[in-house]
Design a protein around this ligand. Structure first.
Ligand code: SAH
Length: 249
C-alpha cells in the first residue's frame, strides 16, 4: 500500500500564513516531514501525525537531500497520508523537483500545495511593493548560492537587468554579492533592503546601499534573511541613518 504525498508550502513562518488547504491537509495527515525553517507552532495543526524532522538550514547540521528523498519514500510506504512541509513555497528554491522526481519514479501519487514565498512576506513586512508604476515593472527571484559540486551560475546578469531583484540565501554571502554587482557596474548608491524573519516576531529590516552591503555579512543575523534590490527601496533608505555599522554592527 503506497500512500499519497502532499508537498505543502508552509509559508514564511507565521503559523497563520499557511493556506487553508495546507492546514486542512496537516490536520488529517498520518505523517509530517518538515524543514528546519518551519516554525514549531505550525505543527500544532497536526498533533495526530508522526513528526519527522528533516532539518535543512545552510551551514547548519543538515540532512542530505538524498536521505530526505529516501525518508519520503519510506514514509509513503509506511503511512497513508504523508505531508512534506517546506518553508515558503515548495516550488521556489526548495528542491521540490528532486523530491517529485523520486516520488514519480517510485509510482507514488503526489500533490503540491503552494505557499507564500519569502519575497512576498518580506515585501508585506516592509510595506514596499515589489512593483511600482513607472519605477518597477518586473521582479526577479534569484539566488547567488551554488550547491557543492554544481556548476557556477550567472545570477549577476539577470539581477542587473531586473527592476526589482530578490536574492534568496544571499545575506551570508553579502560581500561576494556586493563585489559581483559592483564589478558588473551596479551603482554603489543603489538602494537595498534586508528583511530578517519576515512574518515572525522580532522581524527586522535593514535599509542600506550596495556600497554598505559587505558589512551585512558580519551581522550574523540569527533568522532567515532575504535581500531586496531596487529603486523601490530608495524611500526606505532616505528614512534610515547613514552609518550602517553603527546601527547594526
Ligand atoms: N522555499 C522558500 C525558500 C527556501 S530558501 C520560499 O519560498 O520562501 C531559504 C531562504 O529563503 C533563506 O535563506 C532566506 O533568504 C529566505 N527566507 C525564508 N524564510 C524567510 C523569512 N521568514 N524571512 C526572510 N527570509 C526568508
Amino acid at each position: 500500500m503506497a500512500g499519497k504525498v502532499y508537498l505543502i508550502g508552509a509559508g514564511p513562518g507565521a503559523a497563520d500564513l499557511i493556506t487553508v488547504r495546507g492546514m486542512r491537509l496537516l490536520q488529517s495527515a498520518d505523517a509530517v516531514l518538515y524543514d528546519a525553517l518551519v516554525q514549531p507552532e505550525m505543527l500544532d495543526y497536526c498533533p495526530q501525525a508522526v513528526l519527522i524532522p528533516v532539518g535543512k538550514r545552510c551551514a547548519q547540521a543538515s540532512t542530505a537531500q538524498r536521505f530526505i528523498n529516501k525518508m519520503l519514500l519510506d514514509a509513503a510506504a509506511k503511512y497513508g497520508k504523508v505531508v512534506r512541509l517546506k518553508g515558503g513555497d515548495p516550488m521556489l528554491f526548495g528542491r521540490a523537483q528532486e523530491e517529485l522526481a523520486e516520488l514519480a519514479a517510485a509510482g507514488i501519487e503526489y500533490e503540491v500545495v503552494p505557499g507564500i514565498t519569502a519575497a512576498l512576506a518580506a515585501s508585506a513586512e516592509a510595506g514596499v511593493s515589489l512593483t511600482s508604476r513607472g519605477l518597477a515593472r518586473n521582479v526577479l527571484f534569484a539566488t547567488a548560492r551554488v550547491g557543492e559540486g554544481e556548476a557556477g551560475s550567472d545570477w549577476v546578469k539577470p539581477v542587473m537587468a531586473a527592476d526589482t531583484a530578490v536574492l534568496y540565501m544571499g545575506v551570508r554571502q553579502a560581500a561576494e554579492v556586493a563585489a559581483a554587482l559592483l564589478a558588473a557596474g551596479m551603482v554603489p548608491s543603489t538602494p537595498l533592503l534586508i528583511i530578517e524573519n519576515a512574518s515572525l516576531p522580532g522581524s527586522r529590516e535593514f535599509p542600506l546601499t550596495l556600497a554598505e552591503l559587505p558589512q551585512a555579512a558580519s551581522w550574523n543575523l540569527a533568522g532567515p534573511a532575504i535581500l531586496l534590490i531596487g529603486e523601490v527601496y530608495r524611500a526606505k533608505l532616505a528614512l534610515a541613518e547613514p552609518d550602517v555599522r553603527a546601527r547594526f554592527g
